[in-house]
Design a protein around this ligand. Structure first.
Ligand code: ADP
Ligand code: MG
Length: 560
């Protein structure tokens, strides 16, 4: 296989974007057929076999709200969510696959390249099942997902690529359409190391819009006493939602935004000022400040005392209040850094890094008579890598026109992530014998990959036959020992145990969290050496068979 171009996709809650890196190493965003650099993440089931995605779908939400799906990313990985259309129910990953198909097919025709390999981004706080669902959305769209990359890391990669500066610590503040992500990232000699990450996945532009919608409805009711509430009418409601987003965006540039609110044949003239918008949403912005402060404190605990720069990404960061409040609170320079495009560009740069690695590894594999999978660049000396990079660039054709040193640098550049959640097992309090709690083996914000073995667990009763293992992932914003604050991601049993073990016999449990977020769990009863491998079957996502069946069906529908 010859390494081919890998595209970067920002699959956003409200807007999505696709990018690639050209042969000169520059990330380029590909516009869609409507001519826009970003595409609304809105899906309109126009008919049983024609799906419309983007601006037109967003417009259709006004006239055909029952057949339009928005903000589906908020339900990614949620087993209980599905949307019923024409008697068929669609899972979040299926709906998301249409968005990916629209991006890939528009870009494919514009660039004249078949798009197959992609890096898709997701919020840093996405847990195992949300990541798995994101990956499955890619598979359902007939794409090969080579990596799921955290959005703030992608933004930092893009920022780091643009600068020829020295080492810097940046705080990425990403306030998007439905989610808020905050991350501290250290850039050290081209390497990118995530230090801490936090956020709230239910805080974003939609909440700002909702406040405005309520305000507009109130104003309408004040002017038209006795009239019904526009919020109770789906059509007026859609109209208000559209106006609210326009007002919010408009007020980033203007001080006042006058408009007509109409409902039931009545109208009201409303003028919203920037000041009013800020007043209506002050507590929302305050939540982002509090979360930022929390993350900064955690970073301090990890030895990061000083932040050099705040990168503001995400469409909502364009509101002047964001930069102003950040300045007031933290006194750190803010940089509104390509808020709509930097995540997709960073994903494309990550794709290019992966491609560079493949090109070099392929050459080394050929020369040493091994397979590409067996070549680990971390174990190979610089000289060999430099030689291979020379050969790779010489045969790269139009794919790569930079000096071979750049290819080698890219391939060997380190990107170190942390896990955003803690992982543990349910244990029983030995004193109490009843009370269950979650014992964390991997703490949140631990650099990955990581392997942890806990030797402190033991059997509860004499001659116990089996031990059940329940693997849990932190579900809330902070770790908590109460099982109900955690999500069960897999369970299994160590059985049969050797006969006549006394109570309190040790059971060793090992967690391995890979760079790509996959978790494997093993447990061993040390006296017999009997072990158990728990396949971490992710709950709440589609199974392999379901994906195959669905893919066949979905790919028959046209997406435009
Ligand atoms: P996501 O990645 O979550 O899809 P984005 O980062 O693209 O979101 O941000 C989308 C949000 O930003 C939407 O709520 C949109 O209304 C808002 N937005 C876009 N441009 C502006 C602007 N100029 N001023 C204020 N909000 C904006
Ligand atoms: Mg985003």
């Amino acid at each position: 296989m010859t390494a081919s171009r890998i595209y970067g996709i920002d699959l956003g809650t409200t807007y999505s974007c696709i990018s690639y890196v050209d042969e000169w190493g520059k990330p380029v965003v590909v516009p869609n057929f409507e001519g826009d650099l970003t595409t609304p993440s809105v899906v309109h089931f126009e008919s049983a076999d024609n799906i419309v995605v983007g601006k037109e779908a967003k417009n259709a939400s006004k006239v055909d709200p029952g057949r339009v799906v928005e903000f589906v990313k908020r339900n990614m990985g949620d087993a209980t969510f599905s949307r019923e259309i024409d008697g068929k129910s669609y899972r979040p990953e299926e709906i998301s696959s249409y968005i990916l198909r629209k991006l890939a097919s528009d870009a494919s025709q514009t660039v004249g390249d078949q798009i197959k390999d992609v890096v898709i981004t997701c919020p840093a706080y996405f847990g195992i099942n949300e990541r798995e669902a994101t990956k499955n959305a890619g598979i359902l769209a007939d794409l090969n997902v080579v990596n799921i990359l955290n959005e703030p890391t992608a933004a930092a990669i893009c920022y780091g690529d643009d600068k020829t500066k020295g080492d810097e610590v940046v705080l990425v503040y990403d306030l998007g359409g439905g989610t808020f992500d905050i991350t501290v990232i250290a850039m050290e000699q081209g390497d990118i190391r995530v230090v801490v990450t936090g956020g709230n996945h239910n805080l974003g532009g939609k909440d700002w819009d909702d406040r405005l919608i309520e305000y507009l409805a109130e104003q309408f009711m004040t002017e038209n006493a006795g009239e019904s509430n526009p919020l109770d009418d789906p059509y007026s409601m859609q109209e208000l939602a559209k106006s609210a987003e326009e007002i919010k965006k408009g007020l980033s540039a203007k001080e006042k935004y006058p408009l007509m609110v109409s409902h039931n044949g009545k109208r009201a003239r409303v003028e919203v000022t920037r000041e009013k918008l800020e007043e209506l949403t002050a507590d929302l912005l305050q939540q982002t400040i509090d979360l930022t402060r929390h993350v900064l404190e955690e970073a301090k605990g990890k030895g990061i005392g000083k932040i050099d720069q705040i990168l503001l990404v995400g469409g909502l960061s364009k509101m002047p209040a964001v930069a102003r409040r950040m300045q007031e609170e933290f006194g750190i320079e803010t940089n509104l850094f390509e808020p709509d495009l930097s995540v997709a560009k960073g994903a494309a740069l990550m794709g290019q890094k992966i491609m560079a690695g493949e090109m070099i590894r392929e050459i080394i594999a050929n020369e040493t008579g091994t397979t590409i999978e067996e070549v680990d660049l971390a174990e190979i000396d610089q000289g060999t890598i430099a030689e291979a990079a020379k050969k790779a660039t010489a045969t790269a054709g139009g794919k790569f026109r930079l000096p071979s040193k750049d290819l080698a640098d890219m391939a060997t550049r380190k990107i170190i992530n942390v896990c955003s959640k803690g992982f543990g097992v349910v244990a029983v309090d030995a004193e109490d014998g009843e009370k269950e709690y979650v014992a964390y083996l991997i703490q949140n914000n631990t650099p990955v990959p990581v392997e942890v073995t806990e030797t402190g667990f033991g059997t509860l009763r004499p001659n116990q036959q089996q031990v059940s293992v329940r693997v849990m992932e932190q579900a809330g914003q902070t770790q908590s020992p109460s099982p109900e604050d955690n999500r069960l991601i897999s369970e299994g049993e160590i059985a049969p145990l050797p006969a006549n073990l006394p109570a309190g016999s040790p059971i060793h449990v090992t967690f391995r969290l890979a760079e790509d977020g996959t978790l494997s769990v093993t447990a061993v009863e040390p006296s017999s050496g009997r072990d158990l491998n728990l396949e971490v079957k992710v709950e709440g996502v589609m199974s392999q068979q379901e994906i195959e069946a669905s893919k066949g069906m979905l790919l028959k529908q046209t997406v435009s």
